[in-house]
Design a binder for this molecule. Structure first.
Ligand code: BGC
Length: 337
């Protein structure tokens, strides 16, 4: 009897192990994918939800892991990779902090798609799905140029600059592109930055956390614009524009010419009310739909649709990309948005 019990226990153990093994969709050829995004802004959460919906409708099992800090994201990516997903889509909190953690992606043959932000210094990343980040910086600069008639010699206008979070590669692309295009006007004195803070580090808003911009705009207003008009402000995205405009309003000053990025619903409202001048809309559905098709191609072993094979050298390789086209929204077209 004791022997039978032992045998039965052994049989149950083997059976359970076998079942557990079968439960992992990696072993059954299931279409399991992982999405590892930040949860630092509502737009990331909207993106994760939209991408998940596209994938689930197509029969994918989706493991969404959202994180608030670099360390948490590294940990969650590590854990998600243990399930050997057929593909992992990452929105990097720190573009350069995933080199070690993505070694397992190579060991387990998990293709990585970088979403919105490129992942630097690793060959583990297969593709990049984003908006055209250079075009975003260009559009912001061109809007300022036209609105202030700079090509025709307009000015002098006072301007201050804000940039995104230093750990995000996009923040550098946007800022560098704008500054390169506006620099000649600063040199000629058509644009005047009274604080002199025209370098990325002085302008950066840590972690893209909009509240981090509040003390700086307060200080700029009191220190450099006491009795002076601040005509224009480069805000790197809509959330940061919102905080800046809030402080400007509290100070009882008129709204300046101010940029934005993303096409957040609150920014669209501000544009309608004439508070925010413009935004560069990154329709989340456009990018997630494109990324979904990319994931599908990768999992099915076909070639994804790519429209750029030269721009994104991540320090180790050129990452083939699909770059979606952003759209300028201001008072002239906000009603159609
Ligand atoms: C994105 C922006 C976004 C920002 C903050 C950047 O990498 O390109 O669209 O506003 O991160 O989340």
């Amino acid at each position: 009897m004791r022997k039978i019990k032992i045998l039965l226990a052994a049989f149950l153990l083997i059976f359970t192990v076998a079942l557990t093994g079968c439960g992992s969709s990696a072993d059954t050829g299931g279409k399991n994918v992982a999405i590892c995004f930040p949860n630092t802004t509502p737009s990331w959460e909207r993106n994760a939800e939209s991408l998940k919906n596209y994938l689930e409708e197509d029969g994918f099992t989706v493991d969404v892991r959202s994180s608030a800090t670099v360390e948490e994201q590294q940990q969650l990516i590590k854990e998600a990779l243990q399930h050997k997903p057929k593909c992992m889509i990452i929105g990097a909190i720190d573009s350069a902090a995933l080199v070690d953690v993505l070694e397992d992606a190579k060991n387990f043959n998990v293709p990585i798609i970088a979403f919105d932000r490129i992942i630097l210094n690793t060959d583990a990343v297969s593709y990049y799905a984003s908006f055209d980040n250079d075009a975003i910086g260009e559009a912001q600069a061109l809007y300022f140029e036209a609105a202030m008639n700079l090509q025709q010699g307009g000015g002098p206008y006072n301007i201050e600059f804000f940039a995104g979070g230093p750990a995000d590669n996009n923040a550098h692309i946007f800022f560098d592109t704008v500054m390169k295009m506006l620099d000649p006007y600063l040199k000629k004195g058509q644009l005047v930055c009274r604080s002199g803070q025209t370098d990325f580090n002085s302008a950066a808003v840590k972690d893209w956390q909009a509240e981090n911009a509040r003390p700086r705009i307060r200080e700029l207003l009191t220190k450099y614009y006491n009795g002076e008009t601040l005509h224009a402000i480069l805000a790197p995205n809509d959330e940061i524009a919102g905080v800046i405009l809030d402080e400007i309003q509290k100070a009882g000053r008129p709204a300046p010419l101010i940029s934005g990025l993303d096409g957040d619903p609150k920014a669209i409202d501000r544009i309608r009310r004439g508070q925010q001048t413009f935004t560069i809309a990154k329709d989340p559905d456009v990018l997630t739909a494109k990324c979904f098709r990319m994931v599908k191609a990768v999992v099915e072993g076909t070639e994804p649709d790519i429209n750029d094979v030269k721009t994104y050298n991540n320090g180790v390789k050129i990452v083939p990309a699909y770059l979606c086209t952003p759209q300028i929204i201001d008072q002239t077209n906000v009603k159609d948005y």
